[in-house]
Ligand binder design. Sequence first.
Ligand SMILES: C[S@@+](CC[C@H](N)C(=O)[O-])C[C@H]1O[C@@H](n2cnc3c(N)ncnc32)[C@H](O)[C@@H]1O
Length: 284
Amino acid sequence: MGAIEDYSALIDAVESQRERLQGPATEDFWGGSNAKRFRADPKRGMEDNFQILASFVRPDDVFVDVGGGAGRLGLPMSLRCREVINVEPSAGMCQECQELATEFGMANTSSVLSDWVEAHGVEGDVVHAANVTYFVREIGPFIAKMEAAARRRVIIAIYSVPNPMHNATLFKMVYGEEQATIPGHTQLLPALWEMGILPDVRFLPRGTHFDGVEQLPTFPQTKENAVEMALAGIWLAPHHRDRGEVVVREQFDSLYEESDEGFIPVWLPDAQQVLITWETGKTV
Ligand SMILES: C[S@@+](CC[C@H](N)C(=O)[O-])C[C@H]1O[C@@H](n2cnc3c(N)ncnc32)[C@H](O)[C@@H]1O
């Protein structure tokens, strides 16, 4: 099998495991509370890793944010370029993004409710997808469309340990088996090579830095907040919340280290952001 087929096979395994353990996905998987978790103040101070992303974007650019969700990155980018188009198949995510855009008067942002591969006529100078490729079975057509839609550059941002696997330890505790592997850069890069794409790959600094100064992480201050933190995220089906809570409370002492700073989660992997980018060579 080639790398693109291997990629699809991994997504098939992830989806069949999810369906077997959690039942069929809801119609708008990313809507509701998931979409709320991705809401962020578009005018917040942006960390240095965002500035690295923004350094590829020019004031005159149209920035296409593929699977841009609630605009966590696209809305701050809209302050730095001509226009942002969020192409997003989740109605709940689009709604959050447009509510924020209206609230903050960001008239140069629009959301197109569509799967990327099915979207018609969307083009931009930079075409970007952050934390999306983990979920894309047809990775070949998805990438080919990014390449075709980008006048200057494609940017794919993911984490060295895919975000949906950050809670793999909790997943195993609750569901009693290893979480199926979600494809990250180790599977995506060979798929790109198979398509003749040789991107620049940058591993960005760990942690949160503003103007080069590290901001230390904050941890839950109470046990109840620590339990809430463990139960958040797509790893746990909403209808398994009670079951998850029982396990997290039972295993609490192996999941958290109590310190002066609060409850420090010890199951989270040491992941760093990976920027995969290339010029499409259509314009300079
Ligand atoms: C983890 S969220 C990331 C959202 C946003 N990019 C961010 O980093 O805040 C993943 C998003 O990918 C979107 N997505 C999944 N498959 C997609 C596809 N085929 N085309 C476009 N978006 C997709 C989902 O709807 C969801 O909003």
